[in-house]
Design a protein around this ligand. Structure first.
Ligand code: ADP
Length: 249
């Protein structure tokens, strides 16, 4: 069956905020092992779709399946248990912790809410080998013991990737992994995402078409909550409606 090849699927997925259709009847299929980009102008519904896929927002209607299992209406922790994880935002990093401690925290599966408990348990220093491996994967080994607050922007973004990798998700959702980066950090991040995407399914949002073209094997273009176009990068890039949507922004 084709469902065996699907990592994520939404059918007629809709989110209405006070009468406003932020995500409007979206049918999205992400193939197992694929790297799938979500693009579209600001307000197109990309963030809301991410929030729906990870259980942070409950849909108004429609369904979401992960590896064929219906997860519609499930809580974020339940979605995470099925192997779907999203990148943390820099805002969730603790400036006073070192990169090493921050990754260890992620390995404990703890969020800010669990932090007091974690501190009281004095778990620091556990998972040493795994922490080192994760930091090495994102190129932060030399900065392992530096407080997060002292890292450069691109290094913080790399740390975010280590935190999502710590969960070893089958499906990884990355929210604008190259946002705000200069060209060197962008290229470094493309290489990094390519490496960590091996053996996983990745869905990412990015505004940089160089990044989308370099990484994505499928692209879904959203506009005003709806799917405007879907296909391989070259197909989508040359689609008249997509060109019009972007130029008309
Ligand atoms: P994108 O990530 O593509 O920029 P969003 O998903 O953030 O788009 O937003 C899509 C639309 O939904 C926007 O018009 C936004 O104002 C609206 N929206 C998003 N979240 C909420 C909310 N919690 N309440 C009301 N409107 C929202």
């Amino acid at each position: 069956t084709t469902s065996g090849r699907m990592a994520l699927r939404t059918q007629a997925l809709t989110k209405v905020f006070r009468g406003f259709r932020a995500v409007d009847s979206v049918d999205l299929t992400v193939h197992k092992g694929g790297v799938h980009a979500l693009v579209g102008p600001n307000g197109a519904g990309k963030t809301t779709l991410f929030n729906l896929l990870t259980g942070f927002v409950a849909p108004t209607s429609g369904t979401i399946t992960v590896f064929g299992e219906d997860i519609t209406g499930k809580q974020p922790e339940q979605v995470a248990r099925r192997g779907v994880a999203r990148s943390f935002q820099i805002t969730s990093l603790f400036e006073n912790l070192t990169s090493r401690e921050q990754v260890e925290l992620a390995l404990q599966g703890l969020t800010r809410q669990g932090f007091r408990f974690w501190r009281s348990q004095k778990l620091l220093g556990r998972h040493r080998a795994r922490v080192d491996e994760l930091l090495a994967q994102v190129g932060l080994t030399p900065l392992a013991d530096k407080p997060v607050g002292l890292l450069a922007y691109g290094q913080k973004r790399a740390l975010e990737l280590a935190l999502v990798l710590a969960l070893d998700p089958q499906v990884m959702l990355l929210d604008e992994p190259t946002a705000g980066m200069g060209i060197e950090d962008v290229d470094r991040t493309i290489e990094l995402v390519r490496r960590i995407a091996a053996g996983r399914t990745v869905v990412f949002v990015d505004h940089n078409m160089h990044v989308v073209g370099s990484l994505a094997d499928r692209v879904t273009v959203l506009q005003q909550g709806k799917v405007l176009a879907e296909g391989a990068y070259d197909e989508v890039r040359n689609d008249e409606r997509v060109i019009t949507a972007y130029l008309g922004e």
